[in-house]
Design a protein around this ligand. Structure first.
Ligand SMILES: Cc1cc2nc3c(=O)[nH]c(=O)nc-3n(C[C@H](O)[C@H](O)[C@H](O)COP(=O)(O)OP(=O)(O)OC[C@H]3O[C@@H](n4cnc5c(N)ncnc54)[C@H](O)[C@@H]3O)c2cc1C
Ligand code: FES
Length: 284
């Protein structure tokens, strides 16, 4: 691969990245901390927005899209990836010091500036916390710009809660409401048991509806139930935002693989309001 020059801003080019360390999250899911070989590429990449994604190349194996879980306000760059097939397994086999390549950032991302002065409600299920982590950390780093911030996070079991260090920190932050739940507890679990939407009904929880943006990411079944809960509370479709996942090849609006109706998920998304998702005829 030809190494692009330090001032090369061609977003189509994969740039060489070096793996720094790997952290276990949950079964089959790990977080990969990395940096670009060329410091100028790192600086350029760090202008990404919460909710954008990148294309990750594993040499001689292929490429896949991955969300950017760090906030641009954080120092480190990393991906959190579940091993599902050949290329994600290739990433899981890399060791610290190994090289791979990254191109991006791509996609629209969440317009976090448009939400200044609003309440933010984050609802994540399972690995749906990966794209939302970026927005949550960004919102906390810009705490004065937002009103109430609430995070509702559900997983199947306590062993499937991700980013546990962040979760422990979030529990302690004043003026930030963080609630977790699991579908099934275990002998040590003293927290909530039930689906993530059950948290909305807790007596101490008051979800504001006026002047609020709700971010929802998780598996389709969770998404459907949470949307119903939010709609029952009075949320408008335009105030609910999510990310769509589609098979992608180019990531930059050229190949048509990610097309839904009139939209390319890679360039028009992956962030869409629920109003847009319905107009696209997307059956979630
Ligand atoms: C914008 C975007 C952001 C993503 N962010 C992340 C992330 O942060 N972390 C993460 O772990 N994964 C993420 N994914 C999913 C990830 O890209 C796929 O899991 C990956 O492409 C699988 O590649 P593979 O070669 O390992 O598996 P393959 O051999 O290509 O596929 C293995 C299995 O996974 C299914 N599959 C593959 N890609 C997709 C897809 N896009 N949607 C639904 N099913 C799929 C296939 O049908 C097959 O059953 C994201 C996808 C998109 C589109
Ligand atoms: S992935 Fe090629 S057009 Fe979207």
């Amino acid at each position: 691969m030809t190494q692009p020059s330090s001032n090369d801003k061609n977003i189509y080019l994969p740039k060489v990245a070096i793996l720094d360390r790997v952290q276990d999250e949950i079964q089959e899911v790990k977080t990969f901390f990395w940096h670009f070989e060329n410091p100028a590429d790192q600086e350029e990449f760090k202008k990404f927005r919460p909710g954008q994604f990148a294309q990750v190349s594993i040499f001689s194996q292929g490429e896949f899209p991955a969300s950017l879980p760090p906030s641009p306000t954080e120092k480190e760059t990393f991906f959190t990836v579940r091993t599902v097939g050949s290329v994600t397994s290739g990433l899981h086999q890399l060791k610290a010091g190994d090289k791979f390549a990254v191109r991006g950032p791509y996609g629209n991302g969440f317009p976090m500036e448009q939400y200044y002065g609003r309440n933010l409600v984050f609802v994540a299920g399972g690995i749906g916390l990966i794209p939302l982590r970026s927005c949550i950390i960004y919102a906390l780093a810009n705490r004065d710009r937002y009103k109430k911030i609430q995070v509702f996070y559900g997983s199947r079991s306590p062993r499937e809660l991700m980013y546990t260090q962040n979760l422990r920190e979030w529990e302690k932050i004043e003026g930030f409401e963080f609630y977790t739940t699991v579908d099934r507890g275990d002998a040590d679990w003293k927290g909530n048991v039930g689906v993530v939407g059950s948290l909305f009904k807790k007596p101490d929880v008051k979800v504001p509806v006026e002047n609020t943006t709700a971010f929802v990411c998780g598996p389709p079944i969770m998404f459907r139930f949470v949307i119903k809960d939010l709609k029952d509370m009075g949320f408008h479709d335009r105030d609910i935002v999510s990310t769509l996942e589609r098979y992608m090849k180019c990531g930059v609006g050229k190949c048509g693989h990610c097309c839904i109706g009139m939209a390319y998920v890679c360039t028009d998304g992956p962030v869409f309001t629920y109003e847009q998702i319905k107009k696209l005829g997307e059956d979630i």
